[in-house]
Design a protein around this ligand. Structure first.
Ligand SMILES: *[C@@H]1O[C@H](CO)[C@@H](O)[C@H](O)[C@H]1NC(C)=O
Ligand SMILES: *[C@@H]1O[C@H](CO)[C@@H](O)[C@H](O)[C@H]1NC(C)=O
Ligand SMILES: *[C@@H]1O[C@H](CO)[C@@H](O)[C@H](O)[C@H]1NC(C)=O
Length: 313
């Protein structure tokens, strides 16, 4: 697990992607580790940008005197987080997999292997130059996608403080729309040239956002919103929150552990979280098929029932 985390602030990671790449503090070891895992693109980035330049740059200040609207910046970061999170949990290898039903979804565990042959040029261009340009570019691009964070059932439920029982009809309506958009997004992938370009775009964006996180970019320290959902409309196993303890962003270093683990200050180790163990993901797989047949209300009852049963730890 990850030790000596003082050097890293990784909130973004819980919500994004690089959980499992770095296992100790940043240094040549990580690069070796990354390389040994075949993460050449990423280690290359780190080699060039991080290791040779270990000074902590305040990314916002790199945007040469332009006023930064902090609310807009946070909103942008959350939007990017959402779309990359969706990649993390729901995407499969578009380069090799032909059947989306059977394709493995493993990007919550690892960056793609083999790594990209080349970075997405546009992401590379903007994200290379500065954090602010990177965020502005990514967020602007995401304004054209069909599956928007603000339309996601989980997000809407959270923002509107909807309750299962009193808002069932609204939840159902929003979720139907959400799933429709998700499907469009999945197949057509506007404004990208298609799912394959989107794949390259999101992997590259993940590398850079991960890298900026590793650099302790202050803007990424906190998310200012719960983000423990799979960015995939309403999840019928979890509801709008998957209880990932790492989303509590009062603690800077929560997110440094793998999925299913939380940082323990006392032992300074990542400990398995009972509430969050891999069992949950297993459960997700197992129930997916059975759940398809149920009505929304039955699914919702399932969530309530399950949450009651599991809330004791
Ligand atoms: C962390 O890295 C060490 C080598 O530096 C390795 O032996 C260990 O298995 C790694 N741990 C994890 C959880 O990847
Ligand atoms: C280190 O970062 C500073 C500020 O971003 C930059 O001006 C400089 O060129 C970087 N140095 C290297 C070796 O990358
Ligand atoms: C994908 O796999 C599923 C399950 O094995 C199968 O039913 C389906 O026909 C396959 N789809 C394509 C397009 O091959």
């Amino acid at each position: 697990m990850i030790n000596n985390i003082n050097t890293i602030t990784l909130l973004f990671i819980s919500c994004i992607l690089c959980d499992n790449i770095f296992n100790t503090s940043i240094g040549t070891e990580e690069i070796t580790y990354a390389s040994s895992k075949g993460i050449q693109d990423f280690s290359q980035i780190l080699k060039e940008k991080f290791v040779t330049n270990n000074s902590e740059t305040t990314a916002a200040s790199a945007s040469s005197g332009t006023e930064v609207d902090i609310d807009e910046l946070r909103e942008n970061i959350r939007d990017i987080g959402y779309y990359l999170r969706s990649h993390k949990f729901n995407e499969y290898d578009r380069r090799y997999e032909t059947n989306s039903t059977t394709a493995e979804r493993i990007y919550f565990k690892t960056f793609p292997r083999p790594p990209l042959r080349s970075l997405h040029w546009e992401v590379h261009k903007y994200c290379e130059s500065s954090f602010m340009e990177c965020v502005n570019y990514l967020a602007k691009k995401l304004r054209g996608v069909a599956a928007r964070r603000t339309d996601d059932t989980s997000i809407v439920m959270m923002k509107q403080h909807w309750k299962w029982k009193t808002n069932t009809a609204q939840i159902e309506q929003v979720d139907e729309e959400c799933k429709k958009n998700k499907k469009l997004d999945d197949h057509i992938a506007d404004p990208f040239e298609g799912p394959l370009e989107r794949y390259q775009w999101r992997v590259t964006a993940s590398y850079f956002m991960c890298w900026y996180t590793m650099k302790k970019t202050p803007e990424l320290k906190r998310f200012h919103e719960k983000c423990d959902n799979f960015a995939n409309c309403l999840d019928y196993n979890y509801g709008p929150y998957n209880d990932d303890a790492r989303v509590d962003d009062l603690f800077d270093f929560r997110c440094i552990c793998h999925w299913g683990y939380i940082w323990d200050e006392d032992s300074r180790e990542c400990l398995s979280s009972m509430a969050l163990s891999a069992l949950k993901l297993k459960r997700k797989e197992k129930t997916k098929i059975e759940m398809m047949k149920l009505t929304l209300w039955e699914k919702i009852k399932n969530i309530i029932f399950w949450r009651k049963g599991s809330s004791s730890n």
